[in-house]
Design a protein around this ligand. Structure first.
Ligand SMILES: Nc1nc2c(ncn2[C@@H]2O[C@H](COP(=O)(O)OP(=O)(O)O)[C@@H](O)[C@H]2O)c(=O)[nH]1
Ligand SMILES: [Mg+2]
Length: 222
């Protein structure tokens, strides 16, 4: 009797991610994935990003959480297409997988979408291991989390294009050493694009959005 072994989970995830890349390239859609530990500010930053991008682009949103539709509800005010993935339906996974993203993309009218934003599950480990077929990975690290996170979670910082150092409005109240963080980032990923921001006050967000918009324009063509 021949025993069948399920294909390596990472391999099948990469295959679906390749399908997504092809689809997004055909449809000229820019997709980026926002990752961080819980509470670093993903939803607050996503709110600011959507508020800006909807002036010029058709934006769709994929929200990932283990449970609840809270974040989707926080952003429902924009009246954009949103699909929530509750990973409790997939064993409570601490990350998103490309086959689920493909399922979400099939729910959108992709001919009427320019930009897809993914808010991944709050976690600095597992989401980094699963390719989603996106154009850009954005990692958010808030200044309350400490300077050592890039060296403790190198895959997340290595595999991401952009770092948003969030909650800089809190710096006066903390013993946070920004130079040490930046040195750790440089050691882990010297090519990383870094922005210091406050999603609360809006400081630094405009400069990040300008850079993001130029990458979107390159792919979407407007
Ligand atoms: N002081 C301050 N608080 C922030 C900032 N960004 C987010 N928060 C707060 O941090 C908490 C978690 O933010 P949220 O966006 O839900 O984080 P997520 O879990 O990564 O999606 C909320 O209470 C936010 O109001 C910021 O730049 N400064
Ligand atoms: Mg959130």
């Amino acid at each position: 009797m021949e025993i069948q072994v399920l294909q390596n989970i990472y391999e099948s995830n990469i295959q679906k991610a390749e399908e997504i890349k092809k689809l997004l390239s055909e449809k000229k859609i820019y997709m980026f994935d926002i990752m961080s530990s819980p509470g670093a500010g993903k939803t607050t930053i996503t709110d600011r990003i959507i508020n800006d991008l909807i002036k010029d682009y058709n934006v769709a949103l994929i929200e990932g959480d283990i449970e609840t539709t809270n974040d989707a509800l926080r952003l429902a005010k924009y009246n954009i297409p949103i699909v929530q993935i509750e990973t409790k339906l997939f064993g409570g996974a601490c990350h998103l997988e490309s086959s689920w993203i493909l399922g979400c993309l099939e729910k959108f009218d992709l001919n009427a979408v320019d930009v897809v934003i993914i808010e991944n599950v709050g976690n600095l480990v597992c989401p980094a291991e699963f390719e989603l077929g996106d154009d850009e990975r954005v990692v958010v690290l808030s200044v309350t989390e400490g300077e050592d996170k890039p060296v403790k979670y190198p895959l997340m910082f290595n595999s991401s294009h952009t770092l948003l150092i969030n909650k800089i409005d809190l710096l006066p109240y903390l013993d946070f050493n920004m130079d040490e963080l930046l040195a750790n980032v440089k050691r882990t990923n010297p090519k990383m694009e870094v922005h210091k921001v406050s999603a609360k006050t809006g400081e630094g967000i405009e400069v990040f959005l300008k850079a993001l918009r130029s990458r979107i324009k390159n792919k979407v063509g407007k």
